[in-house]
Design a protein around this ligand. Structure first.
Ligand code: ADP
Ligand code: ADP
Ligand code: ZN
Ligand code: ZN
Length: 809
């Protein structure tokens, strides 16, 4: 097939990546194309795994012909031919952990522009030399604060962490930060040699002594006298203050466990030198419109525009450079305001952004890149967005298209699908049961496709989820909650029902649910905080009652179930233990003396030596991101040949790992410890996943459902609080229906469920809705409405109400 320039289609022939079944499809360019289908049907395999991967491969070949051999090793997508494919840019939500040094300013590249503004057009103190743009970046040698190396924070110990219980004496272990065992006993002997009373409660020691013990840099050597019943002659021991010990461990210890322990005693505080900006004093002294670059970085975008717009509107002659750069900054930031991100600041660390926020920032950045003739491949751009935030996003996508680009959008939100020019529906089911193109054409034509789940939801043929709101059994009362943009908020959370917390992006939902509420209950249950950085944050609540109603807290978020390819579905759920025992119990294994450990790919004896049980090896491409290829020895099986000689019912342990949950449920039906897990995984719609699929390949939505299934499998009647952050993100409406059924079962069993949620079908079937807002950031943080879905649908001033009302009508 040669390419005819008047042909405006991308032609795909014989695509068979993952579960795709020899797909032939023609996709229009210069259009917005939605890829739809139930989760696991093959949408991403076509959009990302085939189209984007092929564009990427061609790009690599064109820029780096030498890479060809390596690329062959990595493997091209399984497709016979693609013609008419333009270069592609992927804007994916899932993969790639953001680095803690990247910020909103670096993702959007706005920081570069701002630095140029300060360097070229800032107001310098008289006599100061002009600084290069790098001097305004904490990430360069020229700019970084000398005290904190540009991090903006320094770690320091704090007395309340070093000595959690001041009623203990030193002998009783008051200084928790000191090492245990012999070293600790040694330090205590040294202290008593220094004439400090080690029997007195810590709190009754003199302040001078306490400070010295905790903070001094002195390290006197003290003769330790032999104990009465010992025959040695004593020795000299060196003193370490608690701070010196902790800092020494953090700086020098190679033991991850020791370092982790030491981190419990430090708190990160803003660097006193640069006040958290990471910059040197010379840079901080330069101003624009009276503000330093650090102050601009800390402002919300809405405030930045207010500060810079007057400069942009000055007559050109006054300061041409300042006017030009400010005008550019204002224009670019206005796009972010349009996208509902006006509450973010340039200095905000990218690790604290939600995936939806990060993706919108990248989309806005692309809009300004001036590229045309490009295919943008997007992963659920509407995920994590309130319907009110989704509309401006769609406008920006329309602008990207209008400037001559093509949009391939993997999407579950039917309101977004309706706005597409073309829809490619894949299915009918997930995994083996999917992988066919059910329909490719303008949206209206999908109505006639009987076997399409998407068609049922798009054209209103799906059974509506009927629900009569339950009555709560009491309430959890929170009074005076303050954190981020929540200020002195009071809210009642009903018990033993399903509550949806709603509101536009930045209104405070996650702050309330996954932070404040989770921390309060965790603290009440005496559990350690999940995130050690949050360990010392005060729980900013004046009064909380009703916490005693819970005996368990389950936080089901979208964080990956593991950060290495060594964790997978089977290991995470614990089901793999049962499988390994099963193999160890076979006659062959017994005859060879193989225990259960032999069947773990993490244990030396059973795993493939070449790849150390990873199943693949890293291929380094010069100048290009590294990538992976199947291990040449075990071909991805992860095990050595001897281990694979042991079979159960004709299958090796590697065969089991490559089974889908559905297949494994059949194969392991007689193994109760495994089949219970497998059944719950099927119930949340994950029957299509393979047991050995590495954790790193799973989407956030899949990870979340795996966690939920793992919970359900051990769920008993109880008084647990389940907190879920957007459980429906990444799910087709048909999968949402499955998930909701499970969540309601949890409530029927006596538990309380609280969801942060945007999906209107889900909100409509909640027992109670708490709507935060009305806007994001400072314009939000209040409870706008609370009540049954019907109550909230008619609430005045709620951004959710009009959408909910339409859904309930
Ligand atoms: P969707 O995007 O529709 O949710 P995917 O294209 O991600 O579906 O997945 C389609 C099928 O391919 C599923 O059965 C999934 O388990 C499988 N799959 C996805 N990624 C991989 C991979 N990296 N290796 C093997 N199989 C995969
Ligand atoms: P939602 O979940 O409704 O999108 P969030 O609770 O994430 O809203 O955010 C509420 C407000 O708190 C926003 O103004 C946001 O910028 C701010 N915020 C959230 N997380 C952080 C953080 N880690 N550091 C500083 N501000 C934050
Ligand atoms: Zn500093
Ligand atoms: Zn191997």
């Amino acid at each position: 097939m040669t390419h005819d320039p008047s042909d405006t289609f991308v032609h795909v022939r014989g695509a068979s990546e993952h579960n795709l079944r020899d797909v032939d499809v023609d996709i229009p360019r210069d259009a917005m194309v939605a890829f739809t289908g139930v989760s696991g049907s093959g949408k991403s395999s076509l959009a990302f795994g085939t189209l984007y991967a092929e564009a990427q491969r061609r790009y690599f070949e064109s820029v780096a012909p030498y890479a060809r051999r390596l690329l062959q090793q990595v493997g091209a997508p399984h497709v016979q031919e693609i013609t008419g494919l333009p270069p592609a840019v992927a804007l994916q939500q899932r993969r790639g952990a953001p680095s803690s040094r990247s910020t909103v300013g670096t993702i959007t590249t706005l920081s570069n522009l701002l630095r140029m503004l300060y360097s070229r057009a800032g107001t310098y103190p008289s006599g100061a030399a002009h600084l290069a743009a790098e001097a305004f970046s904490p990430n360069t040698a020229a700019g970084a604060c000398l005290r904190c190396h540009g991090l903006g924070v320094v770690h320091d110990v704090a007395e309340d962490l070093l000595v959690p219980d001041p009623s203990l004496s030193i002998r009783e272990g008051a200084i928790a930060a000191w090492p245990g065992a012999w070293q600790g006993a040694n330090l205590r002997s040294i202290v008593s040699g220094l004439d400090i009373d080690i029997e007195k409660p810590w709190g009754r020691l003199r302040k001078k002594d306490r400070d010295w013990l905790l903070y001094t840099d002195e390290q006197p050597s003290v003769l330790i006298k032999p104990q009465r019943d010992r025959v040695d002659h004593g020795y000299y021991g060196k003193f370490w203050s608690a701070r010196k010990h902790v800092m020494h461990v953090l700086a020098d210890s190679t033991s991850e466990r020791m370092r982790e322990r030491a981190l419990r005693f430090v708190r990160s505080v803003p660097c006193p030198e640069c006040l958290g900006s990471g910059l040197r004093p010379e840079a901080l002294a330069v101003t624009v419109a009276g503000w330093s670059i650090a102050e601009i970085n800390a402002m919300s975008f809405a405030e930045v525009v207010a500060v810079l717009r007057p400069v942009a509107e000055l007559p050109q002659e006054t300061n041409e450079v300042a006017v030009r750069i400010c005008a550019d900054l204002v224009a670019r930031i206005e796009v972010l305001l349009d996208l509902g991100l006006g509450y973010l600041s340039l200095g905000r660390s990218s690790t604290t952004l939600s995936p939806g926020e990060a993706q919108r920032l990248r989309i806005a950045t692309q809009l300004r890149s001036g590229l045309f003739g490009v295919v943008y491949v997007l992963d659920e751009p509407s995920a994590g967005l309130h319907p009110a935030d989704a509309e401006p996003l769609l406008d920006v996508l329309a602008r990207l298209k209008a400037s001559g680009n093509t949009l391939f959008v993997v999407e579950h939100d039917m309101d977004v699908v309706r706005r597409a020019d073309w829809v490619i529906d894949i299915g009918p089911d997930a995994g083996e049961g999917g992988g066919r193109v059910l329909y490719s054409g303008p949206v209206a034509g999908l109505e006639a496709i009987e076997e399409s789940a998407t068609s049922r939801y798009l054209f209103g043929r799906a059974e509506p989820l009927d629900h009569t709101p339950r009555a709560p059994h009491g309430h959890l009362h929170l009074r005076g909650v303050s954190r981020h943009n929540l200020t002195d908020v009071s809210v009642d959370i009903p018990l033993c029902v399903l509550t949806a917390v709603t509101g536009v992006s930045g209104s405070g939902k996650s702050t309330l649910v996954t932070q404040v509420l989770a921390e309060l209950v965790r603290c009440h249950l005496g559990l350690a905080p999940e995130d050690p950085d949050q360990a010392d944050l005060e729980v900013d609540v004046e009064d909380a009652s009703g916490l005693e109603s819970f005996d368990r807290l389950v936080l089901v978020d979208q964080r990956p179930i593991g950060r290495t390819p060594r964790s997978n579905l089977a290991t995470y759920t614990g089901m793999f233990d049962a499988v390994r025992k099963l193999y160890a119990a076979t006659d062959e294994a017994k005859a060879r003396g193989y225990g259960a450990g032999r069947f773990s790919f993490n244990v030396a004896e059973g795993r493939c030596e070449t790849c150390q049980g990873e199943g693949f090896v890293a291929v380094e491409l010069l100048f290009l991101p590294g990538t992976y290829a199947a291990c040449p020895t075990c071909h991805g099986s992860r095990y050595n040949a001897e281990t694979l000689e042991v079979t159960y019912e004709g299958k090796t342990v590697a065969d089991v790992l490559s089974m889908t949950v559905d297949d494994a449920a059949r194969f392991l039906a007689d193994v109760p410890a495994a089949s219970r897990s497998l059944e719950t995984l099927r119930e949340v719609g994950l029957g299509y996943l393979r047991l050995g699929q590495p954790a790193t390949e799973l989407s956030g939505g899949e990870a979340q459902r795996i966690k939920l299934a793992t919970e359900l499998q051990r769920a008993r009647r109880g008084h647990a609080l389940y907190l879920l952050d957007e459980p429906t993100a990444g799910l087709h409406p048909a999968d949402i229906a499955l998930l909701l059924r499970q969540l309601h079962l949890l409530v029927d069993a006596g538990n309380t469920v609280v969801l942060v949620e945007h999906d209107l079908d889900t909100i409509a079937t909640a027992d109670w809705v708490i709507d935060l807002g009305p806007g994001g950031g400072d314009a939000g943080g209040r409870v706008v409405a609370a009540g049954t879905p019907t109550d909230v649908a008619s609430a005045a001033g709620s951004a959710t109400a009009p959408y909910l009302a339409r859904r309930l009508a």
